[in-house]
Write a protein that binds this ligand. Sequence first.
Ligand code: ZN
Ligand code: ZN
Length: 118
Amino acid sequence: MFFIGIFGISDRKKNLGDIEFKCTGCLNKKAKFIEVAMSFQLFFIPIFSWNKRHLVICDVCGSTYQLKESSVKAVISEKKAEYADVMTVIYENKVCPECGQPLYHTDYKYCPKCGKKL
Ligand SMILES: [Zn+2]
Ligand SMILES: [Zn+2]
């Protein structure tokens, strides 16, 4: 957050609850659904916000997906998101499907821990 006198601009986060989403990184099925928006503040009171984005964050590995705004209502009411609702993958944390070892380089051909071909 930065302030110019009494005005401030910050990233505002709102937790919309847990939803069901199959993570492409670790295949976990539970994720957090959050709303992020830029917010203009006066004396720490949000006056208006813009640039709203809706993100799904995997509970286990932290993979992050930005959802299409047109899907947001359905995701909130059904508590479930599909791959079709995803607009962009912001961050994907790949793990080995066999042993769960995090794969820091997506170009690994074999898992460095158990040797499974990826
Ligand atoms: Zn995950
Ligand atoms: Zn492995």
